[in-house]
Design a protein around this ligand. Structure first.
Ligand code: C2E
Ligand code: MG
Ligand code: MG
Length: 694
């Protein structure tokens, strides 16, 4: 039998240990509750009271949980129970006595509590409560981001690559249902099994790599995949974001194609051809084989465009491209270089004759008539050929050589072909050198007019001087205009050159006696520049030279085109009072007809007719008829290139008005002209004295 005191000690001990237990459980982060077998509260900690803060005032040792719930329900602590209070309480209690199971409870304030209960040995219950609100929120926002994302996303297991989840965008994009997806492994979406299923497990972006997937309907798509590892339903998994870049890739491919092809014929362009050529050339460097570049230019393509229209012109080009392609072997490259030029690169030949055979076949293929929009169109072509390695071992050089050969072929005879010759290149290079140096010479004002006198054949007096450009060159001495005028015309330098000559000639002539004229040569190209008229008026104004003392020499080629603009300019010049001479008469195609198109003041018979005078009677007959023509038209006739007394006396006999030539004087610098004119004045003065004496 225990004494009362003993019993009290035991009770006090029990209280103490209960109190210790309570303090201990208060330290735990989870909520803890202990119920006895009848469902009465034995112990609960602070966290438990905090979780159920609304009803915490009802917790009492010995109070039944069921009663507490009932009071809580009655006073509206559990709005979710409203209307079916008893059922709600029963369900709660049932869960309470389903030990070992976890379940979630959502409180009326939105918090989510994870509940885990276990039976104690005496038939009571220990319950754990964990607030998982934050975790739930995170999960929910993940779901929101995942499910609602417009980018297709797939989650798949790291270990077996099985698809664990997909979002709506993935379902829409791939055309598989969610259930179908979840039966697949990520690899079964891939077009090529060799690819790893994700870019990089570290989640870093890998530039430049794309993946090909197959959609449910079999269509291939290009993807850029971004991946990140995560835990999904407690499994190590990978989240894949799949950006469809099929369209972008297609657009890129289109752009690349367009950058390398000609839009009209679909043939490779110059860039693409050069790539192909460089590859061929690398290959042949290691063998004895040669490569031929055939550059083909259509003859008179412009006139097809002009007469039949661009639509027909375009069709013709496509037709030509087609015929060229079908004449070639698969391995020969064909490209369109510009509007009417194509290039063929033929590899694997051993002799130039192989290229000749191909050139002939190509010319034949093109020559047959084309039926275009009801027109039968015939077009010819010329071909220039360059061979590697002889004419260059680099694509650009070879194309240039073939281009030079083409210009040559066109000059020879349309419809022919020509091989590149090193001499052509040398000529082209010397032209380039002249161009560079001439530009310098113009800029540094090195060019000077020299003056050659024109002599009145009946009186022997100087009527004027022709200004002839001279280029004193540091290394080459005086360079002939015959050498650089054509280059100046090709490069447009003729305009500054012509302007410079005109200004200087007018300035010089203004210092000469009033009855002495100056003649300046004009190139046909100066008429195209559009400012010739103002150039002439400016030169006259600036120098103060009266217009009647200026003669402009033009050649027959200017009138070849019979352009209204040229004639208008000529008339305007003449209206200023300037005189117009026809230079080198007789060398053109239809010299006489040109005389009809404009009222010239002077005709200069080309020196080739004068040269023949002594030896040949026809030449004399020609001079005679030109002189009588001049009489009829009231035009002065000048003979150029008079070198001998015999020529001079013959010209006098025929009644030619003027002469110019080495017999009288070569062209001289202005300083010497002044002397010449002074001497002439001396003679004049002597004549006058003689007349006075007589
Ligand atoms: P052109 O206008 O017919 O000039 C006459 C050419 O014949 C000059 O050659 C002159 O030196 C040359 N000549 C004169 N007398 C004789 C002779 O008795 N025998 C021979 N064999 N030749 C003679 P140049 O100075 O070499 O000029 C050649 C051509 O260059 C000129 O032919 C002219 O078409 C052109 N030219 C010269 N200066 C200019 C210029 O300033 N502007 C333009 N646009 N062309 C010019
Ligand atoms: Mg002349
Ligand atoms: Mg002449």
């Amino acid at each position: 039998m225990q004494s009362r005191a003993e019993a009290e000690t035991v009770i006090a001990e029990a209280r103490k240990s209960h109190e210790r237990l309570r303090q201990a459980v208060d330290l735990l982060p989870q909520g803890i509750v202990i119920l006895d077998p009848e469902g009465r509260y034995v112990l609960w900690n602070k966290q438990y009271a905090e979780i159920y803060s609304k009803t915490a005032d009802l917790f009492q040792e010995g109070a039944r949980l069921e009663d507490t719930l009932r009071v809580g329900v009655a006073r509206g602590d559990y709005p979710e129970a409203a209307g079916h209070e008893e059922e709600w309480i029963a369900a709660r209690l049932k869960k309470l006595y389903e030990p070992g199971k976890r379940h979630e409870q959502t409180l009326s304030d939105g918090r989510v509590i994870l509940i885990e209960e276990r039976r104690t040995d005496d038939g009571g219950v220990v319950g754990l409560r964990v607030d998982i609100t934050e975790l739930k929120q995170r999960e929910a926002s993940f779901r929101l981001l995942f499910d609602g994302n417009p980018v297709p996303m797939i989650v798949c297991a790291l270990d077996d690559e099985r698809i664990l989840g997909v979002n709506d965008a993935a379902i829409a994009h791939y055309g598989y249902s969610r259930a179908e997806f979840e039966r697949l492994k990520i690899r079964s979406l891939q077009a090529f099994d060799s690819e790893p299923p994700w870019t990089d497990r570290s989640g870093e972006e890998q530039a430049g790599r794309t993946w090909k997937h197959v959609k449910a309907d079999g269509a291939l798509i290009d993807l850029a995949i971004y991946s990140r590892e995560l835990t999904y339903h407690e499994r190590p998994a990978v989240l894949l974001a799949l950006m469809d870049i099929t369209e972008r890739k297609r657009a890129e491919a289109r752009l690349t194609f367009m950058a390398q092809h000609d839009g009209l014929t679909g043939l490779p362009n110059r860039n693409k051809l050069r790539q192909a050529m460089d590859e061929m050339l690398v290959h042949t460097r290691r063998s004895a084989e040669k490569v031929a570049v055939l550059m083909l230019g259509l003859d008179n393509f412009k006139s097809v465009n002009d007469t039949l229209g661009h639509a027909v012109g375009d069709k013709l080009l496509r037709g030509v491209a087609k015929r060229l392609r079908s004449t070639l072997r698969e391995e020969d490259a064909l490209a369109r270089l510009n509007s009417d030029e194509f290039a063929v690169v033929q590899s694997g030949l051993t002799r130039p004759e192989d290229a000749v055979m191909l050139a002939k076949r190509l010319l034949e293929a093109i020559a047959d008539p084309y039926l275009l929009d009801g027109h039968s169109v015939v077009i010819g072509a010329s071909i220039g050929i360059a061979m590697a390695p002889g004419d260059g071992d680099e694509s650009e050089k070879l194309l240039k050589s073939a281009g030079m050969a083409l210009s040559r072929a066109k000059l020879d005879a349309r419809g022919s072909f020509a091989f590149f010759e090193a001499a052509l290149d040398a000529k082209a290079q010397s032209r380039r050198k002249i161009e560079v140096e001439l530009r310098d010479a113009i800029q540094n004002d090195v060019l000077r007019p020299y003056y050659q006198p024109l002599i009145d054949l009946s009186s022997g007096r100087i009527t004027g001087f022709e200004a002839l450009v001279r280029w004193p060159h540091a290394e080459r001495g005086m360079v002939s205009p015959a050498e650089f005028i054509p280059v100046a015309e090709e490069t447009g330098l003729i305009n500054p050159l012509g302007g410079l000559m005109l200004r200087r000639a007018c300035l010089d002539a203004a210092t000469w006696p009033d009855d002495v004229r100056v003649a300046v040569n004009l190139s046909p190209l100066q008429f195209r520049s559009g400012n010739l008229l103002s150039m002439v008026t400016d030169a006259l104004k600036h120098s103060g030279l009266p217009p009647r003392r200026l003669e402009l020499e033009i050649t027959e080629t200017l009138l070849l085109e019979k352009s209204a603009q040229v004639l208008a300019t000529l008339h305007a010049l003449r209206a200023l009072g300037v005189r117009i001479s026809m230079d080198d008469f007789g060398t053109g195609y239809s010299s006489l007809s040109y005389l009809r198109s404009f009222p010239f003041d002077k005709i200069k018979i080309d020196q080739s007719f004068v040269r023949d005078l002594g030896a040949n009677r026809e030449a004399q007959a020609i001079i005679r008829s030109i002189v009588s023509l001049g009489r009829g038209l009231g035009v002065i006739i000048t003979a150029e290139g008079v070198e001998t007394e015999a020529e001079l006396s013959c010209l006098r006999t025929e009644g030619c008005d003027e002469g110019q030539g080495f017999l009288f004087s070569k062209a001289r610098p202005n300083a010497e002209i002044i002397g010449l004119l002074a001497a002439q004045r001396g003679i004049d003065a002597a004549d006058e004295d003689a007349a006075l004496v007589a």
